[in-house]
Design a protein around this ligand. Structure first.
Ligand code: ASP
Ligand code: MG
Length: 598
């Protein structure tokens, strides 16, 4: 018999009436012939209330006790839900995380799932019960209650669906599904009926906020189809699976993170080990680094910038200062009131001119781009927070996301769709790695990819104003050159640097285009390097695992390999290095991540 997991978020179980509603959904699924596992969150704002209550008692609550406290929210819901199912005439048993046997690591308040026992659940299901499981919680090896981090019930649901081999995991929530952007910001946002795991991962971690991104990592790892759907009506919501929408739009969604904080390290030495040290310092504090950018160095020094979540900001600055102290040189600066806007879409892999169109849209609204970072299926820019809403509206409109037809980029109409690796990751290898994981949430690194076909172009000291990136990349795109990685670091003294990579064969052509595109005043310099290699570590959910960057950069540093540029996305952590070191880097990273046998 097939198993269905249904997860109900806080708003969907806020009142007795809503609990009864959810209960009848579970019963309907059972009557349709499935075995049903219901996973619930704490009711309404319960978790927030408990957090507030704790802060009234102490500013520094013990993480262990926080977990004991917060887990009660879900415990309340499971009992009520089981009772509701009983009154509707079906059998149900409530189970807390520890009762199920959801074993986690010891990281109180941000625990990760190691293993889940399924014996008791199967027995109860076979005896005709609906299982009502508490989301967001588990226990560590010695029996302490742990929680999975805010929003963690999605992760519980997906993880249960994975171990139970469920045919579907339904996430019931207070929205109709996944939208092209937040409908509260753009009224014309439209619902996306189908989206790929990768797109959703980028959108979730990029701030679309519909689901906990760890739960999507889980779903991708174990190939659990997810359906996000409304609890308040019969809408069918959005299916999240391996497949993107067909035909695949170039851009599927626009995500916004309103409150980004930037940490920059200036004037640090440009030598192997610097990136490694910074990532190590952040990983030690479990701070996920986002939007990381390193510039091509000048006069032996490097500049590194990255953004971190608001809650981790103070710690991140301290950690950066420690790093500078150890390096014996450098300065830490930071920026606040920033927003990160990203466009995401599988179709980007086969279209040129997408970046150019994004920059043009921003430029035409006078929005200055402070930092740029690109991945396989996303482009992110950092801008001033007060222009964030304008930016999202403009992009949504300009990319035609409000229309029903599939949007196409309108920059460089003449450009051919150049097909790059549409399925860059080796499916089979990814499966093998997942099946061998000791712990369910362990990092999955399934590939090390080296690309020696690219060349780097760097333009330094550009006057930093709205429109420079737009102009530059439009000209390059119109010239038919496919830009791969784009990196822009924050400006200093009103001047900014932009670096990007292109196919080495197009280098001459590209340099000509660039010279026409930018005004080469006395200060602007243009440099290039065809002797580079792009090396990436690919896998699932790399960004939420602070350890991947750390390991990658430590390995490169141990082999005395200097890093010229970095980029990160959910699927890859990429470094640009010297071509002469490509083989050594590949060998070292394969040993580090893939082990001898694969
Ligand atoms: N109740 C927890 C929270 O509010 C977990 C969840 O809702 O997923 O963060
Ligand atoms: Mg919640």
């Amino acid at each position: 018999m097939s198993i269905i997991v249904q997860k109900f978020g806080g708003t969907s179980v806020a009142t007795a009436e809503k609990i009864r509603n959810a209960a009848s959904r579970a019963i309907a699924a059972k009557k349709a012939g499935h075995q049903v596992v219901v996973v619930v969150s704490a009711r309404g704002k319960k978790t927030d209330e408990l957090v507030d209550l704790a802060t009234e008692i102490t500013g520094t609550p013990s993480p262990r006790e926080m977990d004991v406290l917060l887990s009660t929210g879900e415990q309340e819901t499971i009992a009520l839900m089981a009772m509701a199912i009983h009154t509707l005439g079906e059998k149900a048993v409530s189970l807390t995380g520890p009762q199920i046997g959801i074993m986690t690591d010891e990281a109180s308040t941000k625990a990760r799932i190691r293993q889940i026992k399924t014996g008791r659940i199967h027995d109860l299901l076979d005896a005709g019960n609906i299982i009502v499981a508490a989301g967001f919680q588990g226990h560590d090896q010695i029996g302490n209650i742990t929680t999975l981090g805010r929003g963690g019930s999605d992760t519980t649901a997906t993880a249960l669906a994975a171990v139970l081999n469920a045919s579907l995991c339904e996430i019931y929530t207070d929205v109709e599904g996944v939208f092209t952007t937040d409908p509260r910001i753009v009224a014309e946002a439209r619902q996306v009926h189908q989206i790929s795991y990768d797109e959703m991962l980028e959108l979730a971690s990029l701030g679309a906020g519909v689901m906990h991104s760890r739960s999507i990592e889980f779903a991708k790892k174990y190939r659990v189809p997810l359906r996000v759907r409304p609890s308040f009506n019969e809408g069918s919501g959005t299916l999240i699976s391996l497949q993107p929408l067909d035909p695949t739009p170039v851009v599927t969604g626009v995500a916004l993170v309103k409150n980004e904080l930037r940490v920059s390290l200036y004037n640090v030495p440009d030598r192997p080990g610097v990136m490694s040290l910074i990532f190590e310092k952040m990983a030690a504090r479990k701070i996920p680094i986002d939007l990381v950018v390193q510039d091509i160095a000048e006069g032996g020094t490097a500049e590194i910038s990255f953004t971190v979540p608001k809650d981790d900001f103070a710690e991140a600055v301290t950690a950066a200062e420690e790093a500078v102290e150890i390096l014996g040189q450098g300065k830490v600066r930071h920026g606040t009131q920033l927003a990160k806007v990203s466009i995401v879409g599988s179709g980007m892999q086969t279209h040129t001119g997408v970046a150019a169109q994004l920059f043009q849209t921003l430029a035409s609204h006078g929005i200055n781009v402070l930092m740029i970072s690109t991945g396989d299926i996303k482009i992110s820019v950092l801008i001033d927070a007060d222009r964030a809403l304008d930016a999202v509206k403009a992009i949504h409109n300009d990319f035609g996301l409000d229309k029903l037809e599939i949007p196409k980029p309108h920059v460089g109409e003449s450009l051919k769709g150049v097909s790059v690796e549409t399925h860059p990751l080796d499916e089979k290898r990814e499966r093998e790695v997942v099946l061998r994981l000791a712990n369910m949430e362990d990092i999955v690194v399934s590939d090390v990819i080296v690309d020696t076909t690219q060349a780097r172009v760097t333009i330094k000291n550009l006057v930093d104003k709205a429109g420079i990136a737009a102009n530059l990349f439009s000209v390059v795109a119109e010239g038919g050159v496919m830009v791969d990685m784009i990196v822009q670091n924050v400006s200093q003294k009103g001047r900014t640097n932009i670096t990007f990579t292109i196919p080495a064969n197009d280098l001459e052509k590209c340099l000509k285009l660039v010279k026409n595109a930018v005004e080469m005043d006395g200060e602007v310099t243009l440099t290039h390097d065809a002797e580079i290699a792009k090396i990436s570590v690919a896998g699932i959910g790399l960004r939420s695992h602070t350890g991947v960057g750390e390991k990658m950069f430590r390995t490169l540093s141990d082999h005395d390999i200097n890093i010229l540029l970095v980029g990160a996305s959910e699927m890859r952590m990429t470094a640009v290095i010297n071509k002469s070191q490509a083989n050594a880097a590949e060998k070292a990273l394969c040993e580090m991540f893939l082990g001898p046998e694969i």
